[in-house]
Design a protein around this ligand. Structure first.
Ligand code: GDP
Length: 301
């Protein structure tokens, strides 16, 4: 879609232009060509391991298909990228047919958690679902107000307590409110301070237990929000949270703000958790289901 293309324009400009220049300059596929291609891919934050694998596969294909001209390599490259990205394709959300669906959002401060919740609230609200938000980040100054701004914008209610209160208690309140009002979707914000990780993980576990006790089989999704502009940091956060908090899906934000969108490839390759959504801007509509083919096509658009 054009949205994907627009959102990925920084990455695709950097990536595609560099590859095209390389192809025009080098003409022939030789060692220097591979070396420069490697640099371009690493520069786009595709990740060293993946790049090595990719280059190896390109070499094999080049030999097999007897490709000599550099121009003929580009389609093979996009083919290989699609292959690398696919296989873990599942951007659907586990939404209950009837009754309440609880979605928990986790991730470090500043990655775009609140914004993503706002966008998601808008999406469900537009589908005619009854949405409720839980202001579970009671730690970061302004987090509750910011969620309320999104609630107003989208037209959904926010369950909150005062700053500093027990997040699990806020979530408990929100679960009661959601049941009483027969809400379809409850989106829960959580704190994301990275200093003293242990406390944060304990806090998330407590929230998790409260949800489990109140709603059978919930939380239905635990979405880890990652910031694409932080490059390899996003990958280390994925590993950190992925191991500890029962994450069921990833949301990669701010892809529009970076030329290093190759991080998508690195994350997809190193994590078994599916990438469900990507953030392509700050507005309500700037949330897209992740699709590997669309992604690669947008890169070479
Ligand atoms: P939180 O601390 O994780 O809740 O992060 P916020 O939701 O407050 O987002 C931090 C900043 O990133 C805000 O200025 C958002 O507008 C911005 N932001 C969030 N998602 C995106 C995105 O997909 N694209 C862009 N360009 N900015 C985003």
């Amino acid at each position: 879609t054009t949205k994907f293309k627009d959102g990925l324009s920084k990455t695709s400009t950097a990536f595609t232009e560099k590859i095209e220049t390389l192809v025009l300059r080098r003409k022939k596929i030789d060692e220097d060509f591979y070396e420069e291609l490697e640099e371009i891919l690493i520069g786009a934050d595709v990740g060293v391991n993946v790049v090595m694998e990719l280059i190896d596969e390109l070499r094999t294909e080049v030999r097999k298909r007897k490709i000599e001209d550099a121009v003929d390599l580009q389609p093979v490259l996009s083919e290989k990228l699609v292959e690398l990205l696919s296989g873990k394709e599942d951007n659907s959300l586990n939404i209950q047919e009837s009754g309440l669906t609880v979605i928990l959002f986790v991730g470090v401060n500043g990655v775009g958690k609140t914004t993503t919740i706002g966008k998601m609230a808008h999406r469900f609200n537009s589908e005619g679902k009854k949405v409720l938000l839980a202001a579970g980040d009671t730690f970061r100054a302004g987090a509750i107000e910011q969620l309320e701004v999104w609630g107003d914008r989208v037209g959904v209610d926010v369950v909150k307590q005062q700053a500093g209160s027990d997040p699990a208690a806020v979530i408990y309140d929100a679960l009661q409110a959601a049941k009483k009002r027969e809400a379809d979707i409850l989106l829960c914000d959580t704190a994301g301070r990275l200093q003293n990780k242990t406390n944060l993980m304990e806090e998330l576990n407590k929230i998790y237990r409260v949800i489990k006790r109140e709603v059978p089989n919930a939380p239905h999704e635990v979405l880890l929000v990652l910031d694409a502009t932080t490059g390899q940091n996003a990958l280390s956060q994925a590993k950190l949270f992925g191991e500890k908090t029962g994450v069921t899906g990833l949301v990669l934000t701010k892809l529009d703000g970076t030329a290093k969108g190759g991080i998508v490839v690195a994350i997809r390759n190193e994590m078994d958790i599916p990438m469900k959504f990507v953030g392509l801007g700050e507005q309500m509509d700037d949330l897209q289901e992740f699709d590997s083919e669309q992604f690669v096509h947008a890169l070479f658009a």
